[in-house]
Ligand binder design. Sequence first.
Ligand code: SOE
Length: 389
Amino acid sequence: MKEIGVGMVGYAFMGRAHGNAYRQVPFFYPELPVKPVMKAICGRTKEAVDAAATQMGWQEAIYDFDELLERDDIGLIDINTPNNVHVPMAIKAAEAGKHIICEKPLAMSVEEAEAGLAAVQKAGIVHMLCHNYRRIPAVWMAKQMIESGVLGQLYHWRATYLQDWLMDPSAPLFWRTQKEVAGSGALGDLMAHSIDLALWMMGDISRVSAAWKTFVKKRPKLVSTDGGLGGGGAEELGDVTVDDATLSLAEFSNGAIGSFEATRFAPGHKNSNCFEINGSKGSIRFNLERLNEIEYYNAEDDCKEAGFRTILSSDGCHPFQGLPGGGPRFWPAGHNIGYEHTFINTIADLMEGIAKGVSPNPNFEDGVKIQKVLAAVEKSCVDGQWAEV
Ligand code: SOE
């Protein structure tokens, strides 16, 4: 088996999710043509990077991104930083000839996303954007059902992505509350995932009409610099410059219409990423909090027996769940998988892509399309009008 050295930037929540995936992928995907080797993790705060390297099993800790790029034994750069440095880092990595996986959203603007795409295309490297929810077996199956015509003509897309972790008004300002670092709030952080799934399953969006709200407009300035919600306690308040919640209507090019809701202010919803699709022949619906299941209604069923059925997508016949020679990839049917497997499946497809020299979906091209929808939603929120994508 060939190997590729990985250099990962960032060690917070997403860094942990990606780091775990690199560790696990050779175990669950023994057939991979290329195996990742966890060469180095990179960040600016020495103690934190050192601790992350030890905990996750990276061979080295590096404190300078340029040093990571100089390493000949590193062929893949994994970017888990705040959003404002995604593209600048991706451009540098591409110029250094490294393959790239980057956290979402790709960029701060459409222009920046296009510059990132131009750089990876010019360099001819493999690129991927981490929208891990595509690679949930149930979600991948939903896409296959649509492609095979099970739902018929598509009429409706309905997505809600609800969380509640930022509701406490004493939670301090940090990068996710600052437009110049995050680009936007619930819009780019949460709705970006729903937009990615919608574009993938329903096709292009032609126009949107949206509204957003910031409920807590001022927060304590952050004292600590741990990159998360730790710290706070400062007397001085600063402005929250992103949306706490965004809602949007959408028209798709295929004639379907849709709605999106993304919020960090829905008590009780920890990571409730749901969608429902209605077509001429039936409906499907998905809820991340029950990620092993997809619900399906067949409009052609006999009236007496018709109803939503719950399909447990954990058998060898379901996407990602079986080994090529037969048998379960993870666990036997019904021994369910979780959040971390979405990243393991993503990294496995990235390794296949690197072996073949093909950028897996979603990649920077998809990133540009998502960014165009994000920009249109933002424009509509500001102008109070429908916005063309
Ligand atoms: C935000 O809370 C967050 O961590 C997002 O940044 C991730 O993309 C999402 O998958 C889970 O929630």
